[in-house]
Design a protein around this ligand. Structure first.
Ligand code: ATP
Length: 246
């Protein structure tokens, strides 16, 4: 596959903080379309990698390409292609839901904005919530609005950092449904989770990280063949890799 065929391609990508390497000469390819799971223990560097892909953190060295384009030059068109749904809400708490969607759309020059916002409100069943202030939302609804907002500019690549952490089973299920429908719409989704059942259920491709390095990256089908895994096997593998790195 040529470079344009990958949603993300890194070459010897490095990020150091205070001389500590948290992403360590990473060579990673994320295919276009489908759900790509980034797994690994706390502190493995997953969020840092996502932030570099989203353009929020500058790599220390190495090469990063997104949708075939050099990410060193964040053109407005490239910025529009990538959406990050962070671990913690960064929604302005005094906005209403509708204002949050509008302001974000304006930031990306979305036109026509009114119809796009209406589309998103409908898509996410936010009709009864549109005038609620963000600070009044439950954790689950907040997560829903975060995902909805990210989609206003119609990004092709979505980065979801632990999107279901702390949510009740019903809300978690609704987030899974959103992820599945975005996948079916041809988007590329990269997500992190510490729930192996979730990874097993949603991912087409799984990469495991440890101490800033990638231990493996494989399709779910290939992993199933190699280790014949289900969610339990994946959990065992995770624990072994986290403890021993083998
Ligand atoms: P988790 O699963 O807990 O979210 P993670 O795999 O996402 O972990 P990161 O959040 O990327 O890991 O952190 C990787 C390492 O980088 C950690 O040791 C963390 O303390 C460090 N780190 C992250 N951001 C900064 C920063 N801004 N300054 C200094 N160190 C940082």
């Amino acid at each position: 596959m040529d470079e344009a065929g990958y949603a993300v391609e890194t070459e010897e990508l490095v990020k150091t903080y205070n001389n500590i390497c948290v992403v360590d000469h990473l060579n990673l390819r994320i295919p276009r379309g489908g759900v790509f799971g980034l797994l690994g223990p706390n502190g493995a560097g997953k969020t840092t990698l996502m932030k570099m892909i989203a353009g929020l953190v500058r790599p220390t060295s190495g090469r990063l390409r997104i949708m075939g384009q050099d990410a060193g030059q964040r053109t407005p068109a490239l910025k529009k292609l990538v959406g990050l749904i962070p671990q913690d809400s960064n929604l302005e708490r005094e906005f209403t839901v509708e204002e949050a969607l509008r302001v974000y759309g304006r930031l990306f020059g979305v036109k026509p904005l009114d119809s796009r916002v209406e589309q998103i409100i409908e898509m996410f069943s936010l009709q009864n919530m549109r005038h609620k202030t963000i600070r009044a939302l439950s954790g689950g609804m907040m997560r829903r609005v975060l995902i909805a907002r990210c989609l206003v500019p119609q990004p092709e690549l979505l980065l979801l950092d632990e999107p279901t952490v702390g949510l009740d089973p019903d809300v978690r299920q609704s987030i899974w449904e959103i992820i599945a429908s975005l996948r079916n719409a041809g988007k590329t989704l990269v997500f992190t989770t510490h729930y192996m059942e979730e990874a097993e259920r949603l991912c087409d491709h799984i990469a495991m990280f440890r101490q800033g390095q990638m231990v493996f990256s494989d399709t779910k089908a290939a992993l199933q063949q190699k280790i014949g895994y289900d969610a339990h096997d994946l959990e065992e593998l995770f624990i072994r890799l986290a403890r021993e790195g083998v």
